[in-house]
Design a binder for this molecule. Structure first.
Ligand SMILES: [Zn+2]
Ligand SMILES: [Zn+2]
Length: 356
């Protein structure tokens, strides 16, 4: 990325934060959190810390980072190396990524480009450019299908947390990540001091991976009355009741487990030393906001789009057509265009365009 483009993006993000500082959601005890930044070249700085929200906010305005991260953990000394920080506990977090869920929309918004020979194509991505053998740039997009699917998985996780763990909905925050997934932050103190193993156990329970084999489940469901079962057994039983008669119980259970259990990233949940994008801040790649999802009608190409409409002139190498906020852009090839800043961010951060 050239200096002019970097400066443009940095100023664009700064301008957004200057106007909408109040949208940032600081978790409690911000002074005990590890903070991290990433700049527009992808360079990370970690182990930062701020005394209070005001000081943190002022620094975001000064730096204009491409990404702002904050730990779910709280530490005695957040700025020290990891093994000297003194871990006090961490909120439980789940990460649901559209990439882990099969959908057939990929090819409508994911593409690759070769900087060496300008070769390009749609997903699935080749390892290297099939025309010249050099490395390629891989660009992923999003649509209501893949994001809607990921949201379904996220809501399933929330239901299980409520039904099987007794978590109050008001202690669960569901956020769109700003790109291709969702983060669920749980502020229920019962989970706060759990270690990695206990968190992994919860993750494996929620994804159904720790369930007994289908045959054992079938025996339990067939021999026990509805009032004797709870949790997964009850969910599976309710599901197969509607499907009965079509095929045998073990097959029904196997299919249900294969197709309907929520997919989450275990590592994210079990790792207690991570930093996550701070809610209410912009995504480095899309310029979209990490925004709380409250209703059922979330639209990933509308709701998180918060950056300026002001038109900017950019030079584009190549970019296929895309939609944001109901507006259609592209396709572009070796041309100078003038488009709203929120759409320009998509192209500029991909490395396939520069500010004129
Ligand atoms: Zn090539
Ligand atoms: Zn999609």
């Amino acid at each position: 990325m050239d200096e002019k483009t970097k400066l443009f993006l940095r100023n664009l993000y700064k301008k957004y934060y200057f106007k909408h500082a109040q949208k940032i959601v600081f978790p409690p005890h911000i002074n005990e959190r590890e903070i991290g930044y990433m700049d527009f070249e992808g360079k990370m700085v970690r182990h930062l810390s701020f005394k209070n929200e005001g000081e943190f906010m002022a620094d975001i305005l000064k730096q204009g980072p491409a990404s702002v991260f904050c730990s779910n953990a709280r530490y005695e000394n957040p700025t020290l190396p990891m093994d000297e920080k003194v871990w006090k506990g961490a909120e439980l977090i789940f990460d649901i990524d559209a990439d882990q869920i099969e959908t057939n929309c990929r090819n409508s918004h994911d593409f690759w480009f070769c900087m060496s020979c300008s070769g390009h194509g749609r997903s699935p991505f080749p390892q290297t450019c099939p025309l010249c053998g050099k490395g390629i740039i891989k660009i992923t997009g999003r649509c209501n299908t893949c994001i809607g699917n990921a949201l379904k998985h996220a809501n399933q996780v929330i239901s299980i947390l409520k039904d099987d763990f007794g978590v109050n909905r008001s202690e669960i925050k569901l956020y769109f990540s700003g790109n291709r997934g969702f983060h669920i932050h749980i502020f229920d103190n019962r989970f706060f001091s759990l270690n990695q193993d206990a968190r992994l156990e919860i993750a494996l329970y929620i994804t159904g991976e720790s369930l007994p084999p289908p045959k054992a489940l079938a025996i339990n469901i067939i021999t026990k009355s509805n009032s004797e079962i709870s949790g997964w057994l009850k969910r599976i039983s309710n599901h197969i009741k509607n499907e009965k008669g079509r095929t045998n119980t073990v097959r029904l259970i196997t299919n249900y487990i294969h197709n309907s259990l929520p997919k989450i990233d275990h590592q994210v949940t079990s790792d207690v030393h991570r930093i996550f994008r701070l809610a209410g801040t912009l995504h480095n790649r899309t310029g979209f906001l990490k925004v709380e999802v409250t209703g059922d009608d979330f639209d990933p190409n509308y709701d998180p789009v918060v950056i300026d409409e002001e038109a900017v002139k950019i030079r584009v190498k190549y970019y296929p057509s895309f939609n944001i906020k109901g507006e259609h852009f592209g396709p572009f090839k070796e041309e100078e265009i003038k488009i709203p800043a929120y759409a320009a961010v998509q192209i500029l951060t991909s490395g396939l365009g520069e500010v004129c």
